[in-house]
Ligand binder design. Structure first.
Ligand code: 13P
Ligand code: SF4
Length: 306
């Protein structure tokens, strides 16, 4: 019979009990719900989470994020059990390209290696040459000897990288719906209200938003920036969940969301109940067909070896 958990602390205690009992580790992306962030064994951006998933001795990885992140952990750790507590936590950008689209792009540009953002399916990673995250996209592209590269699926990340490379970046027209909502007009209005505020943007933002940003980085890069900056006010141009830890770590600073609608509904799908249910019943285990896993692993390894 299902246990009637009374409140968040009781649920958090139950998660911790289960993690210990099953030798499991809970990894959480920086956009996760506050109560999940609070009990994570490790919290980070996509790159940090992939590295952590690779290094853990735990038998089970409970990945509180979205599917592509848990898939990457499963691709790299075939002998571990990887759980995505809410199986419906996806990323719409991932669904904007298929492996067939990438194969067609390769036929159109045979000299161009394919750089797949980690926000892709395992099948897409399997037909790409190397992966990247928002934290290392510029480095990955500049490490390639080719004169032009194909970047999938995020056109905004492709546009961002183009600013820092002499290579010709051919981008697929995918995008992140939540980040698309940050518009320069909102930033202008917020800067009128908070003239000393710095605008911090994610590379998934539109070029127009990047143009007016004071700092652009991955989500964990943002934590570092706001901590080290002498400024007091920050307009945060990424998913609101990131501000929980920012406020906790910097109680004297003020964080303002660039847009009150900047919420990733998929990152909010995972609740403590899902974590408890999936661990108690060993549900929502990520499975990747072996022939895809082996090829996708090569693309992730190529990235991590940098
Ligand atoms: P980070 O790798 O910067 O955490 O970004 C992941 C993501 O999905 C942003 O929307
Ligand atoms: Fe995908 Fe955007 Fe959500 Fe990140 S914020 S998981 S890119 S929809």
């Amino acid at each position: 019979m299902a246990i009637d958990y009374k409140n968040i602390e009781i649920k958090q205690r139950r998660v911790k009990e289960l993690l210990k009992e099953k030798n499991a580790i809970l990894l959480a992306h920086n956009y996760q719900r506050d109560e999940i962030q609070e009990i994570a064994d490790f919290q980070g951006d996509s790159l940090e989470l992939s590295i952590k998933a690779n290094k853990t001795d735990a038998d089970i990885i409970v990945f509180c994020g979205v599917r592509f992140m848990a898939e990457s952990a499963a691709i790299m750790n075939p002998y571990k059990t990887v759980i995505l507590p809410n199986e419906n936590a996806g990323c719409p950008m991932v669904d904007m390209i298929t492996a067939k689209d990438i194969i067609n792009l390769k036929a159109d540009y045979p000299d161009a290696p394919v750089v797949a953002y980690v926000n892709t399916s395992a099948e897409c990673k399997a037909v790409s040459d190397i992966c990247c995250t928002s934290a290392n996209a510029v480095k990955v592209v500049n490490s390639l000897p080719a004169k032009r590269v194909i970047m999938v699926p995020d056109k905004n990340l492709g546009n961002y990288v183009q600013r820092f490379t002499d290579k010709d970046v051919i981008s697929w027209p995918g995008y992140c719906p939540p980040h698309k909502r940050t518009i320069p007009e909102d930033i202008k209005k917020l800067k009128e209200k908070y003239p000393a505020a710095l605008f911090v943007a994610h590379p998934e933002s539109t070029p127009e938003a990047i143009d007016v940003a004071d700092h652009v980085s991955s989500t964990s890069g943002m934590y570092k920036f706001v901590k080290e900056s002498a400024a007091k006010y920050f307009i945060i141009g990424t998913e609101r969940g990131i501000m929980y830890k920012m406020k906790k770590e910097n109680p004297d600073k003020v964080f303002i969301s660039s847009n009150s609608g900047l919420v990733c509904p998929n990152m909010k799908k995972t609740h403590l109940d899902d974590v408890i249910d999936s661990l108690e019943n060993m549900k929502n285990i990520i499975k990747i067909p072996e022939e895809i896993r082996i090829k996708a692993r090569k693309s992730i390894e190529n990235m991590l070896s940098l």
